[in-house]
Every structure is written in C-alpha cells, then in structure tokens.
Ligand binder design. Structure first.
Ligand SMILES: CC(C)C(=O)C(=O)O
Length: 536
C-alpha cells in the first residue's frame, strides 16, 4: 500500500492525560461538551476520557459521555484508563457504562520489579486475569505498556515477553508510551519499527510526551515506522510538559507525511479555544495553527508580497482552519500592511492621508504600543482631526474603592451634544463605572454589550509606574470586537477601552448607515433604528 493511502488513527486524550496537567480539572459538563466537540466536529477517531476510580464526578462524566455516544453508535470510540487492580477498575468502568478499557501494564522490567515487586510471569498472570475479567464484563481491551521507552531501551526482551504472553488475549491496541518524553525521532522510529515488524498481526499506538519538545516529531516518526494510531491532546495539555498538540500532529501527518487522517481542520481553532476556557490554561499567541497571532503578518515586506499576489504562500493558509489573515500595525508596518487593514475596515484614504496615518502608526509602534485593526479608526480620526469617533466622551469621573464596602463611581459623559451625569456602585472600580455608564446609555435606549474577555498588561520589567494596557473583548450583534485603553491607572485603561467600544458601535449604527444611504443616492433614507449594541 502506498504511504499516501495509509490511514493513521488519532486518539485524543485531552480528557484523561490532558487533565493530568497541573491545575486542570474538567467538570462533568465540560467533559461531555469536549467529548462531543472531539468526536463530532474535530472528528478524532478515539477519545480517552477519564481514569477509572478517580471520583464519583468522573463516573458521572463517563456515564454521560457514553450515553450520548451510544445514541450515535460512537461508544466504542470512548476509552477509559484502568489499572491491574484485581478487577476494581474494570467494575468501575463497566458500572459507568464504558465499553473500552485502556489497561495500564508495566512496560519496563524496572517498574515491574521496583513498583510491583513482581516478575514478568507474575505480572503477565495478573494482566491476563484483568483482561479476562474485562472481556467477561463486555469491555474491549487496549493495553498501555507504561514507560515502554525506557523499558524497551533497558531490556527489550521483557517488553517482547509481555506482548508475546498476551498475544492470544484479543487485546485491540498495544499502546507504547514515551512516558517521560525522553525519546528522539530516530529512537522512536527504530523502536516502533522493531515492534511492528516483530509482531506483524498486532496494532501499535504511540503515546508521546513533550519533555524535550520533541513530541510532535516523535509522533511523526512513529507513524512513519508503522504505528496504527498516535495519541495527542488539544493545546498540548498533559502531564508535565504535556502530550503532543492535536493541531500540530494533524497538519504534519497530512502535509509532511501525506498520510490520511480523519480530522476536520476547520474545527481545530474553536476546539482549542474551548479547551482554553475550560482548562484555564491560555496558549501562547504563537502556538502553531491555533495561536492568536500565527496568521498575522507583521513585517511590511510580507504584507507587500501578499498584496502583489500571495508571494509568501504556505500550505498553512488561515482559511484552511476557518481563520483569517491579519496584518499587524506597529513600527514594522509598511504601506501594504496599512492598506490591508484599511481594506478590512472598508476605509478609503488618499495617498497623502495614508502617509500621515502610517507615520503615526510607526510612531506609536516605536513607543511599544500594539495597535489593533480596531484602533486604526481612532488613529485616523486623531491624525485627520476627524470628529467621526467623537460620539461619546468621558468628561469627568470619580472612582472610590474601600475595604469592606462597594466601590462607587460618579461620572459625567457627553453623548452627542448632551452631557449626562450618573452614579453607580459595584464590586470594584470598573464594575462601579460600568454600572453608572449603563444608566447613561440606557437613557439613549441602549444596553452595554457582553464582555467576554478582559486582559490587563504592563510592559515587561514590571515597574509600578508603568503604563497599563487593558484589552477588552466584547460580544456585539455584529460579532466580536476588541478595544484597548491605555492609562497609568488600570481601571482608567479599562474605562478608556469601554468608551472606545461605545464610540465604535455608535459610529457603526449612527454614521455608517447614513453614509451607505447617501452613497446609494437615496434622498429620503430609511429611519435609523434605535441602537441596540447587544443583548445584555
Ligand atoms: C498513564 C500512562 C498511560 C501515560 O500517560 C504514560 O505512560 O505516559
């Protein structure tokens, strides 16, 4: 069979190994949602969702996932880690409705002797008994050879003896973990090839760890050596340095090895985001495929190449992952970066005004500010002294915070031509401010949009007098909007970002429709709807 026709299965263990990431614990509901995403949207072949006997919450998560999977004929693709423990794991898994046990056996003689105090023969007998018990209770069995990487290196005969001694048991997959993430691609290739050739009738999985940062490379080596399946996790979660990133594994198997896989790449970024929310572990902005910035061209020369016909083309196009190319604005930006951003905002500027705006963008970049596409209209407004984004202005604001009492805010805000005052209280200065602001915007028949992310940063170095940058993401009727505010006081940075958001939304509602109307030469024009920026 040619390499291109070979199908390599992917087993995702975000919900088991991923939960062994320090500080990560998924609730049963989160597990159910992630299981659905993995099987139905990302389309991995198998998922490992829990370790047996962990808790009653875990049993409930397994039951719910399996019940959902049963209805869709997917239950055989849901696996649970279990132990050689006199049948207790088997009973726990069967009791929760599970259909597959991934049984953890000792893949290294050192562990077998040192941890269990047993010989290979004794361990084999225990494993065989557990396998028979699992099968009697209707479970399919896969077998992990724990610490196989070191076990194979130190005493391969022990490993061969273990596999040979189980060959007649009907075990589905023999799973070869690099438990401590110590292998190199060359070692993985040699060792997996040896196992595959020595036991031609068996199916081997490779289970990586990323301690040396080689997990993805090791997975590729295992696939090349003939592994039937490889393991990975979303966002590279997993014990210590993690497992291997599903997104990286998927694109490399496809693009570098040309093997077939079942993954739907258009769901990778969304799944990664979901895991970020549920795990509380943010990924780096430059994480391949799923990081926030990996489709952003920063250098003006790259933007120029794109403008002149995709000269910097790569197979990793953002569209492939349902994402969008962005062009960063900062001190490295050039005319083409600005042009691409203006295009996205549908703004046309004369050559002269583009030159002025670019100059300002570079100046701001020089003072280390990051500039978002959404900032651009403000820079344009500032540079061209346009009043376009001058719908709302905070004229005065007094915030007070104290221990044991609510914070209070007293504000004076201009909306259009009119000044309004309001007071509010809340849990912290910003909460108090938004409660006062909500009263002002309510008078205009508006509600503030939902805030979905709030990030405060200071420049590296951590001076207490540093500027603070607050980035807020809002869910508006027209999609996500991110605005920034910069101030020495972090609450006022957030206040700045909020006023900016209101100006953008008011501009969209009050000015852009009018422009569209006059551009289409209508004399009467439709009545403007009252602005409702989002459901509260
Ligand atoms: C628990 C086992 C299967 C594991 O994750 C490993 O050995 O890496």
């Amino acid at each position: 069979m040619s390499e291109a026709a070979r199908y390599v299965r992917i087993m995702d263990t975000t919900l088991r190994d991923g939960e062994q990431t320090q500080g990560v614990s998924f609730s049963p509901d989160e597990k159910v949602n992630l299981a659905k995403t993995l099987l139905e949207q990302v389309c991995v072949d198998r998922i490992e969702v829990a370790s047996a006997r962990v808790s009653s919450g875990e049993a409930s998560a397994v039951s719910q996932i399996v019940a959902w999977a049963e209805e869709r004929n997917l239950a055989e693709r849901v696996e649970i880690l279990g132990f050689v423990d006199g049948g207790r794991s088997v009973d726990w898994i069967a009791g929760a409705g599970g259909r597959v046990i991934n049984l953890l056996a000792k893949g290294s003689e050192k562990h077998c002797r040192g941890q269990l105090g047993k010989t290979l023969e004794q361990h084999l007998a225990d494993v065989r008994e557990t396998v028979a018990h699992a099968q009697a209770r209707g479970l399919a069995v896969n077998l992990y050879l724990e610490d196989w990487s070191n076990g194979y290196r130190d005493n391969p005969d022990y490993v061969f003896g273990l596999v040979e001694g189980l060959a007649d048991t009907g075990i589905g997959h023999y799973m070869l973990p690099d438990t401590l993430g110590v292998m190199t691609p060359e070692r993985v290739f040699a060792a997996v090839s040896d196992m595959v050739q020595r036991f031609p009738g068996l199916q081997f999985d490779f289970h990586p760890h990323n301690d040396y940062g080689l997990a993805t490379a090791n997975v590729l080596a295992a696939a090349q050596a003939g592994a039937a399946a490889v393991h990975c996790t979303i966002n590279c979660l997993g014990e210590r340095a993690g497992n291997a990133s599903l997104a990286e594994v998927a694109v490399n198997l496809r693009d570098q090895l040309g093997v077939e896989i079942g993954i739907d790449e258009s769901h990778l970024a969304r799944a990664s985001e979901l895991v970020e929310y549920f795990s509380g572990k943010r990924i780096a902005d430059n994480a391949p495929i799923v990081g926030a910035d990996v489709f952003t061209q920063t250098a003006g020369i790259h933007a120029d190449g794109d403008k002149k016909g995709s000269l910097y083309h790569s197979r990793l196009s953002p569209e492939r992952f349902a994402r969008r190319r962005k062009y960063a604005l900062g001190k490295l930006a050039g005319k083409a970066s600005l042009a691409k951003n203006l295009e996205r905002l549908d703004i046309e500027l004369s050559e002269e005004n583009q030159r002025k705006v670019l100059q300002r963008v570079v100046e701001l970049g020089d003072s280390k500010k990051t500039i978002t596409t959404e900032d651009l209209p403000f820079i344009i407004a500032e540079v061209l002294e346009s009043k376009d984004y001058d719908h709302v202005e905070l004229l005065a604001c007094n915030l007070s915070s104290s221990l044991g009492l609510d914070s209070t805010a007293s504000i004076k805000v201009r909306v259009g031509e009119q000044a309004h005052t309001a007071v509010g209280s809340g849990n912290g200065g910003y909460d108090a401010f938004t409660s006062a602001l909500a009263k002002v915007v309510k008078k205009q028949g508006l509600v503030l949009p939902q805030l979905t992310d709030f990030e405060v940063r200071i420049p590296k170095g951590g001076r207490t007098d540093a500027l603070t940058e607050c980035s807020i993401t809002w869910q508006t009727d027209e999609g996500e909007l991110r605005t920034r505010g910069v101030h020495a006081n972090q609450v006022f940075a957030a206040v700045g970002a909020t006023v900016r958001m209101l100006n953008i939304l008011m501009h969209r509602r009050l000015v852009e429709p009018k422009e569209a109307t006059s551009a289409s030469a209508s004399t009467s024009g439709p009545e403007l709807e009252p602005m409702r920026v989002a459901a509260s």
